[in-house]
Design a protein around this ligand. Structure first.
Ligand code: NAD
Length: 252
């Protein structure tokens, strides 16, 4: 688990799981590109938490294909390459099919799929173009348990993460001959701002009780799985989707 000499781009690293992923790579010697969308101050706070030197912050809207390409070019130029891409940025919203308008339904699908799936696909494309000519690399996608278990209040979220899983598997096959290894990590609930309202609300205890550990994941639980997939020796796991859900939902 030594990432000395490696450049790692973590999308959505201004807070939550992304911030933990950035920190865990930096603690193991990696130089991290901390990507953010709108909150530069929070990205700078993440940067200040990182041990070591040579980290940068980069901005892009993951729903904007040109912005993603510019961000990739910036990272590669400023940091001298790219070895690991972590597609962590993502959004969630409620759009239960029987209680919202058709217009709101469409807007949720567009926004969520554009950010969670197409944004990740575009970042993976740009990363692979560089990695194939520079000895390979790793692409790790942060998916969700919802891809398997279903998301009745957020079908677009579940579908975007199921799409991310399928994309990871297809890219694993397409890119392995170029030493580019692609995996996905699928957390259940995680203690972050994204889940805070639910976890702090009346359903909080029931959500924690979904796991026999009677808790949800910490951002560090998820970050550890990501770092593991990026580590030397994990190459042959390419195409794998790793559950990080405290045995709350087991699939065979
Ligand atoms: P978070 O809301 O704290 O962080 C999400 C990050 O994505 C933020 O930094 C945000 O700025 C960024 N982002 C959102 N839209 C963007 C856009 N258009 N362009 C660029 N960046 C954008 O949430 P989190 O819990 O840390 O989530 C991180 C990942 O983990 C997400 O992909 C999420 O779907 C996944 N996940 C979270 C949970 C959970 O319970 N928190 C569970 C399973 C999976």
């Amino acid at each position: 688990m030594d990432f000395s000499g490696q450049v790692i781009l973590v999308t959505g690293a201004s807070r939550g799981i992304g911030r933990s992923i950035a920190r865990q790579f930096a603690q193991r010697g990696g130089r991290v590109a901390v990507h953010y969308h709108q909150n530069e101050e929070a990205a700078r706070a993440t940067l200040a938490l990182l041990p070591g030197e040579g980290h940068h912050i980069v901005q892009a809207d993951m729903a904007d294909a040109d912005a993603i390409q510019r961000m990739m070019q910036t990272v590669i130029a400023q940091m001298g390459g790219l070895h690991v891409l972590v597609n962590n940025a993502g959004i969630y919203d409620d759009h239960p099919p029987l209680s919202i308008s058709y217009a709101d339904w469409q807007a949720s699908w567009m926004r969520i799929v554009q950010t969670n799936l197409i944004g990740a696909a575009n970042a993976a494309y740009c990363a692979a173009q560089h990695m194939k000519d520079h000895g390979g690399g790793r692409i790790i996608n942060v998916s969700s348990r919802g891809a398997f278990r279903g998301e009745p209040d957020s079908p677009a979220y579940g579908a975007s993460k199921a799409g991310l899983n399928a994309m990871s598997q297809s890219l694993a096959k397409a890119l392995a001959p170029h030493n580019i290894f692609v995996t996905a990590v699928a957390p259940g609930f995680v203690e972050t701002d994204m889940a805070a309202e639910l976890l702090n609300g009346p359903q909080g205890d029931a959500i924690r009780a979904q796991s026999p550990l009677n808790r949800v994941a910490t951002p560090d639980d998820v970050a550890y799985a990501v770092v593991f997939f990026a580590s030397a020796g994990a190459e042959f796991m390419t195409g794998a989707i790793l559950d990080v859900n405290g045995a709350s939902y087991l699939r065979t």
